[in-house]
Design a protein around this ligand. Sequence first.
Ligand code: FES
Length: 248
Amino acid sequence: ATAVGLGAFGLYSMWAAFQNSFYTWGPYLSPFYSLLLEFSWMPHWFSPAFLILGAPLGFRATCYYYRKAYYRAFFFSPPACSVGKGRSQGYNGERAFPFILQNLHRFFMYLAVLFIFILGYDAVLGMHFPLDSTGKVMSDAFHYAPTSHRWGFGVGSAVLILNVILLSCYTFGCHSLRHLIGGKTDCFSCIASGGPTPPASYKAFQKVSWLNERHMQFAWASLASVGLADIYVRGVAMGLWRDLYFLF
Ligand code: FES
């Protein structure tokens, strides 16, 4: 099931990144294309998704939870807890190339936190509807200047907001972030049990720990929400379904 889930998401995200079309409608932008870096030197087949997908994919690929999942599901190394690896000769785990690169996770984490703010900004813009001169919502306001804007709320707005909430829960429950916030401190427990007033960082550590305990669930929920957000925006842009929205 893990292999099917991760494999399906990997194939879909590659397909979506290569499309280079139908990634925006009205105020909505697919999270696969967010930042929407477009430069004049880019040939028409070069999708803006190629410039940004490395950061979230690198973050997921080196995540401690996903490592466990794909080591088991794809490599059978090991297939489960207390089951032999199947080969013992020359196996160096994460101490040698290529798996030593998993240590880059903490750096991908910095980029992932940045993306939370970018996607949060997109979610706010997802309630700022671009209008043409006749007062209709424009389908492609990212490439053609709108006449005006009105605030509103649509199903797409809710999809983008839910996506950024789930991605935040996944990102802020990261093991590397937990270490950065307090995991490296030895005496939180003695402070918490009757010592001086716990520092503010202890509260942050507790919150990150709460998310960290649910890291697997948020990993899957956010994986699904990113894919569904792209499918939703793509479907509206292609005319497969209509977005329901109202303007204030
Ligand atoms: Fe999973 Fe960092 S450990 S995101």
